[in-house]
Design a protein around this ligand. Structure first.
Ligand SMILES: NC(=O)c1ccc[n+]([C@@H]2O[C@H](COP(=O)([O-])OP(=O)(O)OC[C@H]3O[C@@H](n4cnc5c(N)ncnc54)[C@H](OP(=O)(O)O)[C@@H]3O)[C@@H](O)[C@H]2O)c1
Length: 311
């Protein structure tokens, strides 16, 4: 059944905007939960929340078809103590309070898709098999602990009448935000060479397929549990950068050894983990459920995104 009322918690960010563009069609009402009060337009409305406290916004969930939670402080920052706390609590608290709101609904949402991350899996190098939902190996370290706490908070919510899906999403590539515009800008300045060894895997997903996969999962009555949201063809960092170089044709090619990336990450107030972790993930369950990727390979995905940027 096509959704007619969708609530997007944290829907003002990159992925929320992807979903708004995808679902903005006649007959669909979209309600975005944001910490900011924003004006409504077309069939998109905003309700104010703080991501932690049950309040009037909770009424928006009553009778909704689909709830998608995307709220979370950006991970593109230095992982010092205050940022670590904010990254963790913004995800766990928003999930818990949505759970309380769902529990209070007379007509709870049919389906609740909660963001998680493909970073939950271990650093997987070389020819080792990609991580599937069934056989994937959970990793270690701060980002993994956040992902585990986030998913644990989600499954702990009492929501017996709502189908639930945890979205272990890989790096979403799109023209309008997220990692791609930053990577493309760096590539144009010559940083389109292997980062570190360049052997690390990148699991990725075109923004169009992200939105299509969310709609697909929302419409499959029996689909619940964990789903990897990534294209079926991960790419190694050196091949991804070679692809950027071929597509964007910068004049310079600057080497990017690990020590330089560390210095750059400090200067830009970000973390090298975002580019050095080897994420090799496979969308086993999406494929088993019959989802067809519009962009299974990275070359066509990058060409499409660059075409959109340049149009
Ligand atoms: N983009 C990717 O490639 C990717 C991949 C895997 C997983 N994810 C996960 O998917 C989710 C959405 O990603 P995104 O790229 O759309 O992120 P984003 O652009 O940073 O948007 C996240 C939204 O969360 C809200 N938010 C930020 N801090 C918050 C806080 N302390 N409490 C409550 N809400 C807060 C913000 O909305 P308001 O300011 O309007 O409240 C913001 O627009 C994130 O949790 C991210 O970790 C993203």
């Amino acid at each position: 059944m096509a959704p007619t009322r969708i609530v997007l918690a944290g829907g003002t960010g990159f992925l929320g905007q992807c979903l708004i563009r995808h679902f903005r069609r006649p007959g669909v009402e979209i309600v975005v939960l944001s910490r900011e009060q924003l004006p409504a337009y077309a069939n998109v409305r905003y309700a104010c929340w703080d991501g932690r406290t049950l309040d009037e916004w909770a009424a928006e969930l009553d009778g909704a078809d689909v709830l998608v939670n995307l709220a979370g402080r950006s991970v593109d920052c230095r992982y010092h103590e205050a940022n670590r706390r904010a990254i963790l609590s913004s995800r766990v608290d928003s999930t818990r309070v949505l759970g309380a709101a769902v529990a209070a609904c007379r007509r709870p949402p049919r389906v609740w898709l909660n963001a998680s991350t493909a970073t939950i899996y271990e650093h997987t190098e070389g020819e080792r098999p990609a991580n599937t939902e069934a056989d994937g190996v959970i990793g270690r370290g701060f980002s993994v602990e956040v992902a585990q706490a986030w998913e644990a908070a989600f499954w702990a919510c009492p929501a017996p009448n709502t189908r639930r899906v945890a979205l272990r999403t890989a790096i979403v590539l799109g023209a309008e935000g997220g990692a791609f515009p930053v990577l493309a800008r760096l590539a144009r300045w010559g940083m389109c060479t292997p980062q570190g060894s360049g052997r690390q895997w990148i699991s990725w997903l075109h923004a169009t397929d992200f939105a299509r996969a969310v709609e697909f999962l929302a419409q499959q009555p029996g689909a619940s549990g964990v789903f990897n949201l990534c294209a079926p063809q991960p790419i190694q960092n050196r091949d991804f950068n070679a692809l950027l170089a071929r597509t964007l044709r910068p004049l310079l090619r600057l080497p990017q050894p690990e020590w330089l990336l560390e210095a750059g990450a400090w200067a830009l107030q970000t973390q090298t983990e975002l580019v050095l972790k080897s994420r090799k993930v496979y969308p086993q369950r999406l494929l088993e459920w019959g989802f067809e990727f519009q962009f299974p390979g990275c070359e066509a995905a990058v060409a499409d995104i660059v075409r959109t940027v340049e149009a």
